[in-house]
Ligand binder design. Structure first.
Ligand SMILES: [Zn+2]
Length: 122
């Protein structure tokens, strides 16, 4: 499951070369494999909250997409998309250069405090 989710993340975040050739999927397999090995080494027993965190993340993502112009396909595989447009554009400078790195650092800090630190907060 970790490998599969990491492979999706590598593709979605464009961490691999574009296209469908060996360079693209070879990079995806290599990065997802490295990530899976790192998780296995540093977080050997998956914490009980992990599935709930992933589920909550998915719902938050769909809700976030639903307030943009493009909407979200709540009844996938049906093609209809649903939206209540509160955000007219996304991907601006503040979002990509300030908010995204800030949330990345916050995620690593929370991961450190809750799981990886020698004295985690429980
Ligand atoms: Zn989305």
């Amino acid at each position: 499951m970790s490998f599969f989710l990491l492979a999706l993340a590598v593709r979605a975040l464009n961490l691999c070369p574009p296209g469908h050739g060996f360079h693209s999927w070879g990079t995806i397999v290599a990065l997802a494999g490295l990530g899976t090995a790192a998780i296995d080494k540093f977080i050997p027993s998956a914490p009980g909250w992990l599935p709930y965190a992933i589920g909550l993340g998915c719902v938050a993502h769909l809700l976030g997409d639903s307030i943009t112009k493009r909407g979200a396909p709540w009844l996938w595989p049906l093609k209809s998309r649903y939206e209540i447009t509160l955000i007219k554009s996304s991907g601006n400078k503040v979002e990509t250069e300030i908010l995204t790195p800030l949330m990345g650092v916050a995620t690593v800090a929370l991961l450190w405090l809750t799981v990886l630190s020698p004295h985690p907060l429980h």
